[in-house]
Design a protein around this ligand. Structure first.
Ligand code: GDP
Length: 529
């Protein structure tokens, strides 16, 4: 096996997804702790607050107590290099989250056992489903009064449309939480609320489902768990790795992230079950992770992580080859050459300089606008990966600058924020119209107004727009598209890459347009191309 193939086989790249407050941050922290990447619990939280302090516009994030930006962490566990991509849980930032999901090979879904499958999780799951991303499920907070495990399982199955295969089963809950029965190992793992570690080596283990000692010790709670286990063993299919990899089955683990309980099983599942990086589809050809030449795609751009330098960091998922610091790379869209020297990796909470990277790894390239969302980096080949989604905005505002002398700054700011994917910017077809901003969540407007002010010195005036929905329009027949644009001129606008969009003020208006123009296709999502 080549060195590249060996490195690729070791990689596991996954996103952690959940509804806010389900315990994503806590579990992330515990995964890092168990992998030995951090020593002190609480570091992930403090990393969050460091970031707050580092940038003014993050004040919004601080005020609302949400995580606006996604981040990347790398850890080593057993023989594997695990890349963990955090996703913002707040629904207003779902676009960013969706793009993060295009950069991973698997997802870890955290569910609050008291709340079950919540709305934000459902939206994220739809994206995973569309891409057949394998999902590992962690049901958290068993140390609290929660829903019945059987109900949780069927809720997951209903929402995911895939079989949920339990790998562990809880015995009791809240104060009566006795631990979990590990099904593949056929043994009970005892929960001890005084044990703050719960690593494999210091967990009390009781062998066998029908162990009289266990039965005597946990009484009615255990009898109930036994009954449920027998029920699910009869009713659920066996775990099938291929079905998991195809996104048709999800292994389910129960635990309590706060108490480090059940965390190690999840980490082991990532290593044992989650797939190494696979091939990636480009317009021109399929790219294999083990190819010798480097390729990678920018799936996220984050501006001004360091306000002193006003830099932007492009997050690149390596798709193939061997990245080494200082190598020459071509930006496929512009043919420009870059030689990234100060590339950052994301080892635990530190931002380190990266010396080399392989498929599945995420590298951060600081730049001043050379790299945009969707850009592909190669050693010379012209290549465009498919699949980076842009979603049709559901909210619109028109934007004007209070001081007309700053119009140029407004355009610059909006272009950059648009390229970063913070907001979608539409230019109306008819001259004289003001620029339109499109978002999937209200908070995006606030972030953009705040950043325009702080980063570009522009006081922007945003006002409600008459539009409520947008569809990208295409047609196999160019003449039909032209006719459509001409007859709907007041509702046509162009996005950052000049793709044509139809803006409507109501679903009825959209329906009418669709009926009148059968040659036109209306899209709710645009893939970067
Ligand atoms: P996130 O918004 O998904 O990142 O959630 P956090 O990790 O910030 O957790 C939300 C809240 O749930 C915090 O107060 C955590 O301390 C708490 N929490 C997380 N895991 C558990 C758990 O296993 N048991 C209990 N009782 N609380 C938990």
């Amino acid at each position: 096996m080549s060195n590249i193939a060996k490195e690729v086989a070791k990689r596991r790249t996954f996103a952690i997804i959940s509804h806010p407050d389900a315990g994503k941050t806590t579990l992330t922290e515990k995964l890092l702790l168990f992998a030995g990447a951090i020593q002190i619990a609480g570091s992930v939280k403090s990393r969050k607050s460091d970031r707050h302090a580092s940038s003014d516009w993050m004040d919004i994030e601080k005020q609302r107590g949400i995580s606006v930006a996604s981040s990347v962490m790398q850890m080593e566990y057993r023989d594997c290099v695990i890349n963990l991509l955090d996703t913002p849980g707040h629904q207003d930032f779902s676009e960013d989250t969706y793009r993060v999901l295009t950069a991973v090979d698997a997802a870890l879904m955290v569910i609050d056992a008291a709340n079950g499958v919540e709305p934000q999780t459902i939206r994220l799951l739809q994206v995973c489903r569309a891409r057949n991303t394998p999902i590992i499920t962690f049901i958290n907070k068993l140390d609290r009064e929660v829903q019945e495990p059987l109900d949780l399982l069927s809720e997951i199955e209903d929402h995911l449309g895939m079989d949920a295969i339990p790998f562990s089963w809880p015995v009791g809950m809240a104060k009566r939480f006795g631990g979990v029965f590990n099904l593949p190992k056929d043994q009970m793992h005892v929960f001890d609320n005084k044990n703050k570690d719960h690593r494999a080596e210091n967990i009390e283990i009781l062998p066998g489902l029908h162990n009289p000692d266990t039965e005597a010790r946990f009484g009615a709670e255990y009898a109930k768990a036994q009954e449920e286990i027998e029920l699910i063993q009869a009713a659920t299919p066996d775990f099938d790795l291929h079905a998991f990899l195809a996104g048709k089955q999800t292994p389910v683990f129960f635990g309590s992230a706060l108490n480090n309980f059940g965390v190690q099983e999840v980490l082991d599942a990532l290593v044992d079950m989650a797939p190494p990086p696979g091939p990636r589809e480009a317009v021109q050809r399929e790219v294999k992770p083990t190819e010798s030449k480097f390729t990678g795609m920018v799936f996220k751009v984050q501006a001004n992580m360091d306000p002193a330098h006003r830099d932007r960091v492009a997050f690149v998922r390596v798709s193939s080859g061997h990245f080494t610091r200082g190598m020459r790379l071509k930006v496929a869209r512009t043919n420009k050459e870059i030689r990234p020297n100060n590339v950052v990796s994301f080892l635990s909470q530190r931002r380190d300089l990266v010396e080399e990277a392989f498929a599945g790894d995420i590298i951060g390239i600081p730049n001043h606008g050379v790299l945009q969302l969707g850009d592909v980096l190669t050693e010379g080949e012209t290549l465009q990966f498919t699949g980076l989604p842009f979603f049709a905005p559901e909210l619109f505002q028109s934007v004007e600058v209070k001081d007309p002398l700053r119009t140029k700054q407004l355009r610059t700011g909006l272009t950059q924020l648009g390229e970063e994917g913070a907001i979608q910017v539409f230019k109306p077809h008819l001259t004289g119209g003001s620029l339109l901003l499109g978002a999937v969540g209200q908070l995006q407007f606030e972030v953009v107004a705040d950043r325009l002010k702080n980063e570009y010195g522009v006081d922007a005036r945003m006002s409600p727009s008459r539009y409520n929905l947008a569809r990208w329009v295409t047609s196999k027949n160019p003449a039909a598209l032209k006719k459509f644009i001409d007859s709907n001129a007041a509702n046509i606008a162009y996005d950052v890459v000049d793709a044509v969009a139809f803006l409507a003020s109501s679903p009825a208006q959209l329906r009418v347009a669709q009926e009148l123009h059968p040659d036109i296709e209306f899209h709710t999502m645009r893939e970067h191309s």
